[in-house]
Design a binder for this molecule. Structure first.
Ligand SMILES: Cc1ncc(COP(=O)(O)O)c(C=O)c1O
Length: 385
Protein backbone atom coordinates (compact mmCIF):
# COMPACT_ATOMS: atom_id res chain seq x y z
CA UNK A 1 0.00 0.00 0.00
CA UNK A 2 1.28 3.50 -0.80
CA UNK A 3 1.25 6.54 1.45
CA UNK A 4 1.15 10.27 0.73
CA UNK A 5 4.90 10.72 1.38
CA UNK A 6 5.88 8.33 -1.39
CA UNK A 7 6.87 9.55 -4.84
CA UNK A 8 4.35 9.62 -7.67
CA UNK A 9 6.06 6.63 -9.36
CA UNK A 10 5.35 4.48 -6.29
CA UNK A 11 1.81 5.80 -5.90
CA UNK A 12 1.05 5.05 -9.57
CA UNK A 13 1.80 1.38 -8.94
CA UNK A 14 0.57 0.83 -5.39
CA UNK A 15 -1.92 3.53 -4.33
CA UNK A 16 -5.53 2.44 -4.07
CA UNK A 17 -4.87 -1.25 -4.74
CA UNK A 18 -6.98 -3.73 -2.74
CA UNK A 19 -5.37 -4.37 0.67
CA UNK A 20 -5.84 -8.10 0.14
CA UNK A 21 -5.03 -9.24 -3.40
CA UNK A 22 -8.07 -10.84 -5.01
CA UNK A 23 -7.27 -14.58 -5.28
CA UNK A 24 -3.64 -13.45 -5.06
CA UNK A 25 -3.87 -11.71 -8.46
CA UNK A 26 -1.04 -9.19 -8.91
CA UNK A 27 -3.06 -7.39 -11.58
CA UNK A 28 -6.63 -6.45 -10.62
CA UNK A 29 -9.01 -8.65 -12.67
CA UNK A 30 -11.86 -7.13 -14.69
CA UNK A 31 -15.20 -7.34 -12.88
CA UNK A 32 -17.36 -7.55 -15.98
CA UNK A 33 -20.61 -7.87 -14.03
CA UNK A 34 -23.37 -5.29 -14.37
CA UNK A 35 -24.85 -6.12 -10.99
CA UNK A 36 -23.67 -7.63 -7.71
CA UNK A 37 -25.40 -9.65 -4.97
CA UNK A 38 -27.39 -7.38 -2.65
CA UNK A 39 -25.62 -7.06 0.68
CA UNK A 40 -27.84 -4.59 2.54
CA UNK A 41 -26.33 -1.53 0.88
CA UNK A 42 -27.59 1.56 2.73
CA UNK A 43 -28.84 3.66 -0.22
CA UNK A 44 -29.45 3.96 -3.96
CA UNK A 45 -26.00 5.43 -4.66
CA UNK A 46 -24.35 2.49 -2.87
CA UNK A 47 -26.09 -0.32 -4.79
CA UNK A 48 -23.41 -2.30 -6.62
CA UNK A 49 -24.13 -1.68 -10.30
CA UNK A 50 -21.90 -0.47 -13.13
CA UNK A 51 -23.88 2.77 -13.61
CA UNK A 52 -23.24 3.60 -9.95
CA UNK A 53 -19.55 3.66 -10.95
CA UNK A 54 -18.64 1.47 -7.98
CA UNK A 55 -17.33 -1.90 -9.13
CA UNK A 56 -13.90 -2.90 -7.76
CA UNK A 57 -12.39 -1.64 -11.05
CA UNK A 58 -13.89 1.82 -10.48
CA UNK A 59 -13.01 1.98 -6.82
CA UNK A 60 -9.32 1.22 -7.28
CA UNK A 61 -9.12 4.02 -9.86
CA UNK A 62 -10.94 6.46 -7.58
CA UNK A 63 -8.46 5.81 -4.76
CA UNK A 64 -5.45 5.90 -7.07
CA UNK A 65 -6.48 9.16 -8.79
CA UNK A 66 -7.14 10.87 -5.44
CA UNK A 67 -3.68 9.75 -4.26
CA UNK A 68 -2.04 11.08 -7.44
CA UNK A 69 -3.83 14.43 -7.45
CA UNK A 70 -3.56 14.74 -3.66
CA UNK A 71 -7.31 15.29 -3.29
CA UNK A 72 -9.94 14.02 -0.86
CA UNK A 73 -11.81 12.09 -3.57
CA UNK A 74 -11.90 11.23 -7.26
CA UNK A 75 -14.12 9.44 -9.76
CA UNK A 76 -13.81 8.16 -13.30
CA UNK A 77 -16.30 8.86 -16.07
CA UNK A 78 -17.16 7.59 -19.55
CA UNK A 79 -15.15 10.38 -21.25
CA UNK A 80 -13.40 13.65 -20.54
CA UNK A 81 -16.49 15.50 -21.76
CA UNK A 82 -18.66 13.42 -19.37
CA UNK A 83 -16.40 14.57 -16.52
CA UNK A 84 -16.61 18.22 -17.60
CA UNK A 85 -20.34 18.39 -18.39
CA UNK A 86 -21.37 16.35 -15.33
CA UNK A 87 -19.24 18.54 -13.05
CA UNK A 88 -20.73 21.77 -14.39
CA UNK A 89 -24.28 20.41 -14.25
CA UNK A 90 -23.77 19.09 -10.71
CA UNK A 91 -22.19 22.18 -9.18
CA UNK A 92 -24.16 25.03 -10.80
CA UNK A 93 -27.80 26.02 -11.11
CA UNK A 94 -29.76 28.20 -13.53
CA UNK A 95 -28.89 31.84 -12.82
CA UNK A 96 -25.28 31.10 -11.82
CA UNK A 97 -22.47 32.94 -13.60
CA UNK A 98 -19.09 31.31 -14.34
CA UNK A 99 -15.81 32.87 -15.43
CA UNK A 100 -14.21 30.85 -18.23
CA UNK A 101 -10.75 31.04 -19.77
CA UNK A 102 -10.92 32.48 -23.28
CA UNK A 103 -9.05 29.60 -24.99
CA UNK A 104 -10.14 26.07 -24.12
CA UNK A 105 -10.39 22.62 -25.71
CA UNK A 106 -12.94 23.06 -28.55
CA UNK A 107 -15.47 20.57 -27.10
CA UNK A 108 -15.54 22.34 -23.74
CA UNK A 109 -15.78 25.75 -25.39
CA UNK A 110 -18.60 24.55 -27.66
CA UNK A 111 -20.49 23.08 -24.66
CA UNK A 112 -20.21 26.39 -22.79
CA UNK A 113 -21.08 28.60 -25.77
CA UNK A 114 -23.92 26.43 -27.15
CA UNK A 115 -25.46 24.86 -24.05
CA UNK A 116 -24.97 27.25 -21.14
CA UNK A 117 -27.61 29.78 -22.19
CA UNK A 118 -30.40 27.18 -22.79
CA UNK A 119 -29.47 25.70 -19.39
CA UNK A 120 -29.87 29.11 -17.75
CA UNK A 121 -26.16 29.43 -16.92
CA UNK A 122 -24.30 32.68 -17.59
CA UNK A 123 -20.61 33.03 -18.42
CA UNK A 124 -17.92 35.54 -19.31
CA UNK A 125 -14.54 34.85 -20.84
CA UNK A 126 -11.41 36.00 -19.03
CA UNK A 127 -7.78 36.33 -20.01
CA UNK A 128 -6.15 33.93 -17.54
CA UNK A 129 -2.80 35.67 -17.99
CA UNK A 130 -4.03 39.14 -16.92
CA UNK A 131 -5.09 39.20 -13.23
CA UNK A 132 -5.84 42.93 -13.39
CA UNK A 133 -8.79 42.23 -15.74
CA UNK A 134 -10.62 39.60 -13.63
CA UNK A 135 -12.39 41.68 -10.96
CA UNK A 136 -14.29 43.65 -13.62
CA UNK A 137 -15.87 40.40 -14.83
CA UNK A 138 -17.29 39.44 -11.41
CA UNK A 139 -21.05 39.62 -10.89
CA UNK A 140 -23.10 39.15 -7.73
CA UNK A 141 -24.10 35.70 -9.07
CA UNK A 142 -20.58 34.55 -10.08
CA UNK A 143 -20.05 31.10 -8.58
CA UNK A 144 -17.25 29.40 -10.50
CA UNK A 145 -14.01 29.75 -12.43
CA UNK A 146 -12.95 27.33 -15.21
CA UNK A 147 -9.45 27.16 -16.75
CA UNK A 148 -6.97 24.70 -18.30
CA UNK A 149 -3.45 24.12 -16.90
CA UNK A 150 -1.89 24.26 -20.38
CA UNK A 151 -4.36 25.38 -23.03
CA UNK A 152 -5.30 23.39 -26.11
CA UNK A 153 -3.91 24.09 -28.76
CA UNK A 154 -1.89 27.26 -28.02
CA UNK A 155 -0.12 25.85 -24.95
CA UNK A 156 -0.56 28.97 -22.85
CA UNK A 157 -0.13 28.79 -19.08
CA UNK A 158 -2.31 31.27 -17.20
CA UNK A 159 -1.47 32.78 -13.84
CA UNK A 160 -2.69 29.60 -12.16
CA UNK A 161 -1.63 30.59 -8.65
CA UNK A 162 -3.35 34.00 -8.85
CA UNK A 163 -6.47 32.40 -10.39
CA UNK A 164 -6.90 29.98 -7.47
CA UNK A 165 -6.33 32.82 -4.99
CA UNK A 166 -8.85 35.02 -6.83
CA UNK A 167 -11.42 32.21 -6.73
CA UNK A 168 -10.90 31.62 -3.01
CA UNK A 169 -11.11 35.35 -2.22
CA UNK A 170 -14.42 35.63 -4.10
CA UNK A 171 -16.05 32.37 -2.98
CA UNK A 172 -15.86 30.76 -6.45
CA UNK A 173 -15.45 27.05 -7.11
CA UNK A 174 -12.07 26.83 -8.89
CA UNK A 175 -12.06 24.17 -11.65
CA UNK A 176 -9.14 23.25 -13.86
CA UNK A 177 -8.69 20.81 -16.74
CA UNK A 178 -5.32 19.20 -15.99
CA UNK A 179 -5.30 16.87 -19.02
CA UNK A 180 -2.23 18.37 -20.74
CA UNK A 181 -0.09 18.62 -17.60
CA UNK A 182 -1.07 15.36 -15.82
CA UNK A 183 -0.41 15.01 -12.06
CA UNK A 184 3.23 14.29 -12.94
CA UNK A 185 3.74 17.93 -14.00
CA UNK A 186 1.10 19.77 -11.96
CA UNK A 187 -1.25 18.93 -9.09
CA UNK A 188 -3.94 21.65 -8.98
CA UNK A 189 -5.20 20.84 -5.46
CA UNK A 190 -1.78 21.75 -4.07
CA UNK A 191 -2.26 25.27 -5.52
CA UNK A 192 -5.80 25.72 -4.16
CA UNK A 193 -8.07 24.34 -6.92
CA UNK A 194 -11.29 22.71 -5.75
CA UNK A 195 -11.84 20.50 -8.80
CA UNK A 196 -9.39 18.97 -11.25
CA UNK A 197 -10.66 17.41 -14.50
CA UNK A 198 -9.06 14.98 -16.94
CA UNK A 199 -9.64 13.45 -20.27
CA UNK A 200 -8.07 10.10 -19.31
CA UNK A 201 -8.33 9.24 -23.02
CA UNK A 202 -5.03 11.14 -23.28
CA UNK A 203 -1.97 10.82 -21.03
CA UNK A 204 -3.48 9.00 -18.04
CA UNK A 205 -4.32 5.98 -20.18
CA UNK A 206 -1.62 6.79 -22.70
CA UNK A 207 -2.27 4.09 -25.31
CA UNK A 208 -4.98 5.58 -27.57
CA UNK A 209 -7.29 2.63 -26.98
CA UNK A 210 -10.09 3.94 -24.72
CA UNK A 211 -12.17 7.05 -24.06
CA UNK A 212 -12.42 7.97 -20.36
CA UNK A 213 -12.48 10.92 -17.99
CA UNK A 214 -11.93 11.79 -14.34
CA UNK A 215 -12.76 14.37 -11.70
CA UNK A 216 -10.69 14.80 -8.53
CA UNK A 217 -11.22 17.29 -5.75
CA UNK A 218 -12.93 18.16 -2.50
CA UNK A 219 -15.06 15.39 -1.00
CA UNK A 220 -18.32 17.35 -0.64
CA UNK A 221 -18.16 18.49 -4.30
CA UNK A 222 -17.27 15.00 -5.55
CA UNK A 223 -20.32 13.60 -3.73
CA UNK A 224 -22.59 15.91 -5.74
CA UNK A 225 -20.82 15.07 -9.00
CA UNK A 226 -20.97 11.31 -8.34
CA UNK A 227 -24.70 11.59 -7.70
CA UNK A 228 -25.30 13.60 -10.91
CA UNK A 229 -23.22 11.07 -12.86
CA UNK A 230 -25.58 8.30 -11.75
CA UNK A 231 -28.48 10.26 -13.29
CA UNK A 232 -26.71 11.29 -16.48
CA UNK A 233 -25.34 7.77 -16.91
CA UNK A 234 -21.78 8.66 -17.91
CA UNK A 235 -20.12 5.81 -16.00
CA UNK A 236 -17.03 4.03 -17.31
CA UNK A 237 -17.24 0.42 -18.46
CA UNK A 238 -15.17 -1.98 -16.27
CA UNK A 239 -13.06 -3.15 -19.20
CA UNK A 240 -12.14 0.47 -19.95
CA UNK A 241 -11.38 0.87 -16.21
CA UNK A 242 -9.02 -2.10 -16.48
CA UNK A 243 -7.19 -0.61 -19.46
CA UNK A 244 -6.97 2.81 -17.79
CA UNK A 245 -5.59 1.21 -14.63
CA UNK A 246 -2.96 -0.64 -16.63
CA UNK A 247 -2.03 2.44 -18.67
CA UNK A 248 -1.70 4.69 -15.62
CA UNK A 249 1.04 2.57 -14.06
CA UNK A 250 3.56 3.87 -16.63
CA UNK A 251 2.32 7.50 -16.59
CA UNK A 252 5.40 9.00 -14.95
CA UNK A 253 7.84 7.14 -17.23
CA UNK A 254 5.94 8.20 -20.34
CA UNK A 255 5.35 11.81 -19.32
CA UNK A 256 8.95 12.45 -18.26
CA UNK A 257 10.18 11.12 -21.62
CA UNK A 258 7.54 13.20 -23.43
CA UNK A 259 8.57 16.33 -21.45
CA UNK A 260 12.20 15.91 -22.56
CA UNK A 261 11.39 14.97 -26.14
CA UNK A 262 8.86 17.77 -26.69
CA UNK A 263 11.33 20.38 -25.39
CA UNK A 264 14.04 19.09 -27.75
CA UNK A 265 11.60 19.10 -30.69
CA UNK A 266 10.30 22.59 -29.82
CA UNK A 267 13.91 23.81 -29.85
CA UNK A 268 14.58 22.14 -33.22
CA UNK A 269 11.46 23.74 -34.70
CA UNK A 270 12.21 27.18 -33.24
CA UNK A 271 15.69 27.13 -34.82
CA UNK A 272 14.43 26.14 -38.30
CA UNK A 273 14.13 28.92 -40.93
CA UNK A 274 10.84 27.52 -42.31
CA UNK A 275 9.09 27.87 -38.94
CA UNK A 276 7.29 31.14 -38.14
CA UNK A 277 6.21 30.51 -34.54
CA UNK A 278 6.45 27.74 -31.95
CA UNK A 279 4.11 27.44 -28.96
CA UNK A 280 5.66 25.51 -26.06
CA UNK A 281 5.62 26.61 -22.40
CA UNK A 282 9.23 25.47 -21.89
CA UNK A 283 10.85 27.68 -24.54
CA UNK A 284 12.87 30.42 -22.81
CA UNK A 285 11.89 33.91 -23.88
CA UNK A 286 8.35 32.94 -24.71
CA UNK A 287 5.65 34.99 -22.90
CA UNK A 288 4.79 33.23 -19.65
CA UNK A 289 7.98 31.14 -19.58
CA UNK A 290 8.95 32.26 -16.03
CA UNK A 291 5.45 31.53 -14.77
CA UNK A 292 5.42 28.07 -16.40
CA UNK A 293 8.79 27.32 -14.80
CA UNK A 294 7.50 28.31 -11.37
CA UNK A 295 4.27 26.30 -11.66
CA UNK A 296 5.12 23.17 -13.65
CA UNK A 297 7.44 20.28 -12.85
CA UNK A 298 7.64 19.55 -16.58
CA UNK A 299 6.32 21.41 -19.63
CA UNK A 300 4.40 18.51 -21.17
CA UNK A 301 4.41 16.64 -24.46
CA UNK A 302 2.36 19.02 -26.61
CA UNK A 303 3.84 21.51 -29.09
CA UNK A 304 2.05 23.65 -31.68
CA UNK A 305 3.60 25.71 -34.46
CA UNK A 306 3.08 27.64 -37.67
CA UNK A 307 5.15 27.51 -40.83
CA UNK A 308 6.13 30.57 -42.86
CA UNK A 309 4.38 29.11 -45.91
CA UNK A 310 0.96 29.09 -44.17
CA UNK A 311 -1.73 26.51 -44.88
CA UNK A 312 -0.09 25.02 -48.01
CA UNK A 313 3.19 24.50 -46.14
CA UNK A 314 1.32 22.98 -43.18
CA UNK A 315 -0.43 20.47 -45.47
CA UNK A 316 2.89 19.64 -47.17
CA UNK A 317 4.59 19.10 -43.79
CA UNK A 318 1.84 16.76 -42.62
CA UNK A 319 2.11 14.71 -45.82
CA UNK A 320 5.91 14.50 -45.57
CA UNK A 321 6.39 13.38 -41.95
CA UNK A 322 6.97 9.62 -41.78
CA UNK A 323 6.86 8.68 -38.08
CA UNK A 324 3.83 10.63 -36.74
CA UNK A 325 0.32 9.57 -37.59
CA UNK A 326 -1.94 12.35 -38.86
CA UNK A 327 -4.82 12.03 -36.40
CA UNK A 328 -6.71 14.01 -33.76
CA UNK A 329 -6.37 13.30 -30.02
CA UNK A 330 -3.16 13.25 -28.03
CA UNK A 331 -1.25 11.86 -25.08
CA UNK A 332 -0.57 8.37 -26.45
CA UNK A 333 2.69 6.48 -26.95
CA UNK A 334 2.70 7.32 -30.66
CA UNK A 335 3.39 10.80 -32.02
CA UNK A 336 0.34 12.42 -33.63
CA UNK A 337 0.03 15.57 -35.74
CA UNK A 338 -3.16 17.41 -36.57
CA UNK A 339 -4.50 20.80 -37.63
CA UNK A 340 -6.83 21.80 -34.76
CA UNK A 341 -9.00 23.90 -37.12
CA UNK A 342 -10.05 20.64 -38.82
CA UNK A 343 -10.25 18.39 -35.73
CA UNK A 344 -10.16 19.33 -32.02
CA UNK A 345 -11.43 22.88 -32.64
CA UNK A 346 -13.66 22.23 -35.68
CA UNK A 347 -16.73 22.63 -33.43
CA UNK A 348 -15.91 26.32 -32.99
CA UNK A 349 -16.90 28.84 -35.66
CA UNK A 350 -14.15 30.34 -37.84
CA UNK A 351 -14.72 33.66 -36.03
CA UNK A 352 -14.37 32.06 -32.59
CA UNK A 353 -11.15 30.34 -33.70
CA UNK A 354 -9.78 33.59 -35.08
CA UNK A 355 -10.63 35.42 -31.84
CA UNK A 356 -8.82 32.71 -29.86
CA UNK A 357 -5.73 32.93 -32.13
CA UNK A 358 -6.18 29.47 -33.70
CA UNK A 359 -5.29 29.86 -37.37
CA UNK A 360 -6.16 27.33 -40.09
CA UNK A 361 -2.44 26.65 -40.59
CA UNK A 362 -1.64 25.88 -36.93
CA UNK A 363 -0.14 22.38 -36.56
CA UNK A 364 -0.46 20.58 -33.21
CA UNK A 365 1.96 17.88 -32.26
CA UNK A 366 1.46 15.27 -29.53
CA UNK A 367 4.92 13.85 -28.90
CA UNK A 368 4.93 10.11 -28.26
CA UNK A 369 7.62 7.92 -26.70
CA UNK A 370 9.61 7.19 -29.86
CA UNK A 371 13.34 8.00 -29.98
CA UNK A 372 13.70 11.80 -29.83
CA UNK A 373 16.53 11.76 -32.39
CA UNK A 374 14.38 9.89 -34.93
CA UNK A 375 11.53 12.40 -34.49
CA UNK A 376 13.86 15.41 -34.85
CA UNK A 377 15.39 13.98 -38.02
CA UNK A 378 11.94 13.23 -39.42
CA UNK A 379 10.71 16.78 -38.75
CA UNK A 380 13.85 18.26 -40.28
CA UNK A 381 13.45 16.24 -43.49
CA UNK A 382 9.76 17.22 -43.65
CA UNK A 383 10.60 20.91 -43.19
CA UNK A 384 13.49 20.85 -45.68
CA UNK A 385 11.47 19.17 -48.42
C1 LIG B 1 -7.91 19.37 -22.74
C2 LIG B 1 -9.03 18.43 -23.06
N1 LIG B 1 -10.04 18.28 -22.19
C3 LIG B 1 -11.08 17.47 -22.46
C4 LIG B 1 -11.15 16.75 -23.62
C5 LIG B 1 -12.35 15.85 -23.87
O1 LIG B 1 -11.98 14.54 -23.63
P1 LIG B 1 -12.74 13.25 -24.24
O2 LIG B 1 -12.46 13.21 -25.70
O3 LIG B 1 -12.12 12.12 -23.46
O4 LIG B 1 -14.18 13.41 -23.94
C6 LIG B 1 -10.13 16.85 -24.55
C7 LIG B 1 -10.19 16.10 -25.81
O5 LIG B 1 -9.40 16.27 -26.70
C8 LIG B 1 -9.03 17.72 -24.28
O6 LIG B 1 -8.04 17.89 -25.14
Amino acid sequence: MANANQGIDTRLIHAGEPEKRICGAVSLPVFQSSTFAYAGHPGYDELKYIRMNNTPNHEVLHRKLAALENTEAALVTASGMAAISTTLLALFSPGDHILVQNCLYGGTQDFIVSDFVPLGFQFDFIDAEDPSSWAARLKPNTRGLYVETITNPLLRVGDLKALAEFAAANGLIAMIDNTFATPVNFRPAEWGYDICLHSCTKYLNGHSDIVAGAVAGKGHLLKKIAHKLIHLGGSLDPHACFLLHRGMKTLALRVRHQNRSALAIAETLAAHPAVARVNYPGLPGRPGYDRARELLEGFGGMVSFELKGGLAAAERFMQRVKIPIVAPSLGGVETLVTRPATTSHAGMSARERQAAGITDSLIRLSVGIEDTRDLRQDFEQALNG
